[in-house]
Design a protein around this ligand. Structure first.
Ligand code: MEV
Length: 413
């Protein structure tokens, strides 16, 4: 019998016992799994299934951000060296950020198949539009009372390899939420009505993560007196490389997402949705392109801009369940979804600026080295009290590798 059958029905203690036998875990390993951090097992069980522990990541703050005249410190959860330092440094070098964010408009999609008369059905759905909107909105009186809810319905036909389908798009204002729960509930609530009107079958009913009506934009200036004309030329060259070459552009956008994901995780956001949306938008009605752009102003200063769809929320979901996410929002002093989206756009731009600057001038490895060396020291088995010393010696020798770390550890012992 599969020992993991009905694993979800077991208590935490039963799960751990089973796992201990199955994976032959030592008492120390079990203690490590069971160690509660700032997320208790109980809370974790409210967020996901089959819980065996919680997983910690480094949490830092990016400093020096001035966005629309307000000072911010931005919490970032990331395991990669240099990202937090790079964002802070880029913000410090800038003259501050100007940012804006659209209203929180998300799209829900309802797929209808097997419709005999597509044209007639589309016109019938249009005729019933008001009723459909009211029916959906009755599912979330709280959101509606805040001015949100389904605002409009758009209908189109698509031709697929399995025939013609009707796609009903719900246009929803989700206000301060990320919106997936509300939008999915709205979509699901219309199944019976749409089947009755169309005579077809309603299949998929789900949010679209490509939220092109929920863009955040940010802009920053880096003065030539501060960063130097040669650096500006180098950054522009790197940007134009990304514009022309998809292999480079993917990495360019990855660097933007370093900062955005880190702030997203710290504040309890669905970072997979943010990732999906960002990369899809990078290729929306154009070839895959950078999410940022750079140019010089008349005085020769560098202007950087970012435009990115960001479905983020400050209510609902993990934002409120995970106490640390709540705390991070408090530390950032962010109180609305729009403000969070604007901050994320700024961090993305800052990380991208820092990456382009580093990789096209001194190279990115230099900045990475100190932390990278610590990682290598840990990998080589250095105890906590030796990590710094081992790393320091390797950096000095310019020889950062596990073999050398092992030698140093035994020399120091
Ligand atoms: C590394 O995580 C991110 C960079 O590769 C981004 C870039 O190349 O633009 C440095």
């Amino acid at each position: 019998m599969d020992p993991f059958s009905k694993f979800y029905e077991k208590t935490y203690e039963e799960r751990i016992k089973l796992l201990k036998d199955y994976a032959k875990l030592s008492d120390d390993e079990i203690a490590l799994l069971a160690k509660e951090t700032n997320l208790s097992i109980k809370t974790a069980e409210c967020l996901s299934e089959n819980i065996i522990g919680t997983f910690s990541m480094p949490l830092g703050i990016a400093t020096h951000f001035v966005i629309n005249g307000k000072n911010y410190i931005l919490p970032m959860v990331i395991e990669e060296p240099s990202v937090v330092a790079a964002a802070s440094n880029a913000a410090k070098l800038s003259e501050g950020f100007l940012a804006s964010a659209d209203d929180s408009i998300m799209f829900g999609q309802i797929q209808i198949v097997g419709v005999k008369d597509i044209k007639k059905t589309i016109s019938e759905i249009k005729k019933n539009q008001k009723n459909l909107i009211n029916k959906a909105n009755s599912k979330d009186s709280v959101l509606v009372s805040l001015g949100g809810g389904v605002k409009d319905v758009k209908i189109r036909k698509i031709s697929t390899d399995r025939g013609e389908h009707i796609i009903v798009n719900l246009i929803v204002d989700v206000k301060d939420a990320m919106g997936a729960n509300a939008v999915n509930s709205f979509c699901e609530s219309l199944k019976e009505d749409l089947e009755k009107i169309s005579g077809g079958k309603v299949r998929a009913r789900i949010i679209s993560n490509l939220c092109v009506a929920r863009l955040a934009k940010a802009k920053a200036v880096w003065l030539k007196e501060k960063i130097g004309e040669e650096t500006i030329e180098a950054i522009l060259d790197a940007y134009h490389f990304a514009k022309k070459d998809q292999f480079r552009c993917t990495t360019h956008n990855k660097g933007i997402m370093n900062g955005i994901d880190a702030l997203a995780i710290a504040t309890g956001q669905d970072f997979r949705a943010i990732e999906a949306s960002a990369h899809s938008y990078a290729a929306f009605k154009r070839k895959y392109s950078p999410l940022t752009k750079y140019y010089k102003d008349n005085a020769g200063n560098l202007i950087g801009e970012i435009e990115i769809p960001l479905a983020v929320g400050v209510v609902g979901g993990a934002v409120r369940t995970n106490p640390l996410a709540k705390l991070c929002l408090k530390i950032a002093n962010i109180s609305s979804a729009k403000e969070l989206a604007m901050s994320m756009a700024c961090v993305g731009l800052a990380n991208n600026f820092a990456a382009l600057k580093a990789l096209s001038t001194e190279g990115i490895q230099k900045g990475h080295m100190r932390l990278h060396a610590k990682n290598i020291a840990i990998t080589a088995g250095a105890s906590e009290d030796l990590v710094d010393k081992v790393a320091e010696i390797m950096v000095k020798e310019n020889n950062i590798c596990v073999a050398r770390a092992k030698e140093i550890i035994s020399e120091l012992k």
